[in-house]
Design a binder for this molecule. Sequence first.
Ligand code: WTA
Length: 658
Amino acid sequence: MVDRNGWGRDHPVLTGSPRSPPSSFVEQANVSEPGIYEEFETEWPDCWERAAELLSWDEEYDTVLEDGNAPFYEWFASGRLNASYNCLDRHLEAGRKNHAAIRWEGKQGERRTYTYRDLYVEVNEFAAALRDLGVEEDDVVTIYLPMIPELPIAMLACARIGAPHSVVFAGLSADALVARMDAADSEYLLTCDGYYRRGDAFNQKSKVDNAQLKLEQDVQTVVVDRLGEDLPHVLGDEEYDYHDLREEFSGETVEPVSRDAEDMLFLMYTSGTTGEPKGVVHSTGGYLAHVAWTSYAVLDVKPEDTYWCAADIGWITGHSYIVYGPLALGTTTMMYEGTPDYPDRDRLWEIVDRNAVDVFYTAPTAIRAFMKWGEEFPAEHDLSSLRLLGSVGEPISPRPWNWYYEHIGNEECPVVDTWWQTETGAVTISTLPAIDDMKPGAAGPGLPGIDVRVVDGAGESVDPGDTGYLTITRPWPGIARTLYDGDDRFRAEYWERFSDPAADEWHYFSGDAARIDEDGYVTVLGRVDDVINVSGRRLSTMEIESAITDVAGVAEAAVVGRSSETNGTDVYAYVSTEGGYDDETAVREAIVDNIEAAIGPIARPEAVVFTPELPKTRSGKIMRRLLEDVANGEELGDTSALRNPEIVGEIQAEIDDE
Ligand code: WTA
């Protein structure tokens, strides 16, 4: 068995050598006692009180975990709290009203800072406005906004009055918005006239108008005027201007509604790349405790930090680690609108430099782009304020990991590769940055209290180094409570596969394939639905991709299966190279060699197709399924969910030429 990462096994070439946490980091870390793993084991589930203690409760909970109705768990039962109170009021009460809560950098170079007091005022005013529109506790409010401060403000306003929010990523289509509003029976919508995309005004309101035509329910819509005269818009019936509402309710305050720990804080639809979107339901108490705890223990966030998770709030990462986690801890959370390469490829490093960012958290797809653009962009800026780096969302292979560690972290910042999902609510697998060695390419062990197991089809743990299904035994506070579409689907999607209800044994199935090493470090290989079967042997397309992206000159790769009479499936690779590489034959050979070196001849690609870019969804995920259709010469479905639909024709032409 070949190990993709190589430590201690066959392929030292691909090894990211293990690295120890820098002592300068360890000395100041929030969590640095190695005994924490054992403590969580012996005290489980009461160990999770450590997370609950980071919050302020209106009423103490009676029990930490109620598991009588598994897999519908209750955490901190009968406790009461309000998320907006935890993110705002209590910091004011602690005398921190003038501390910066949100620092925002807009696409046109605008900058705004909200102190905790500013944020409190605006959240209260908008909460009062929502109430006046008729929003009651438990009504679902849909928020369809780009990365402007009104987005987190609206989320906190909803939380204040106990109305679950359902944030729909602004880049999704009108139909996607309709599907989500319908599924959630949502009668309230907050959106904007439009936003800037690479300097151009993009009309969001017209998408909303289209959606309105298709919605059966009456909807009251609030519109943020983001573009002013750049995009004049007219308000129709039951449409209100956000700024007018604020003026109307200027200075009003709203008592935070005391919510049961188990009451829904929000609903989040997961990306539609795999089947029908699922409405994942998150609780108030357990979720908030878990995001606060992981912000503290994994991201090492401190109140005096300037902390930056460069994700979009339209997805779970932004919910947990731009809004709720950092604000619950009273830190300064950065927020930026736009893309990392506009107006220039040093945009993020300029922001880090200007704001003296302490902790920076991003996705491998961004890191690979930085690597492709070149180290000169970060080198232009002073990044010495950084203390910790994070990665989330996809596997990160050793080469981009090392690039991040060296060129952004100057080999002085630990990198936490955090594995989690919309459904897990918060980080579940990662190293603790002051305690554990880092192994580039492996996310790390389960966090204290999280019992991660990699199992075979029968649910038995596989040997270290072998591939299996990533499961978690025992619940954790941030776990999704159910799917909005129904408890049955929740059970079916996540619990049926590996649990034994008769024996009251419950194992959460993540849908990912993974490998675990002797130290319990998990290397996530990607979704199980991305596994391909070549000559009866299971291969992870992600694993092949990792081997490809480890080749110098390669920027990104996507691997799919192509039906083959002889092998069942052949490996088909799409590759984009870093600028300047025109000797494709040499790169192609290096790719094949590296795949053979990393995995073996069975993974040798049938074809390597070079393309300037890979087709991606608006959330940045590579559309492998579409590439699979192209490889198989099948008719293509709808490509409108792509950020770059034009690339598909180019790829087809390239294949036809071969
Ligand atoms: C993948 C994003 C490898 C994984 C927070 C998971 C990762 C899916 C990592 C969830 C990581 C997330 N290493 N793979 N560190 N983090 N994933 O719901 O396949 O958008 O199942 O949540 O992303 O994506 P989601």
